[in-house]
Design a protein. Sequence first.
Length: 165
Amino acid sequence: MNKKGDKLISVYWFVILFIVAAAIVYMVHTFYGKPYDVRQIEADLLISKIARCVSEGGYLKEGVFGEDFKGNFGNFCNLNLQVEDSYGWREQEQYYLGVEILKFDSYEKVLSLQEGNKQLKDFCGQNEKNFPICLERSLYSLDKEGNSYKINLISIVRKTEKNVY
């Protein structure tokens, strides 16, 4: 019998296998080749958590002007700012959070709180590749007496060693 056709099919079979294997290697390299930079999402989640802790339904929550909030708003808002111990992150804090409450009509500062690495605030406004992500938001709220306030929130996430490519 004529076996030339079988040899020709086996060559095409190996070419197809090589193309499929190369495509799989390319897709895996593309998907896993670069780390994901989730710092923007992390900073946004932190700001959202603080905003829900400070104000709900357009009204300031009870205890915002109390000593528990002023003493440590991270614990008051149930925030966990602990990080894994990679790249020596435990020695240098990777987060900065700030809350500033101003009277709406006079912009008089009523409350200003900060938690975390205060040095990270110097990097806000600089959109370089290896710099921390800085996110600022403002919202307006009322207290029980009807006084209006502007609340400025800031969240900074460093973690540049692991998330930046």
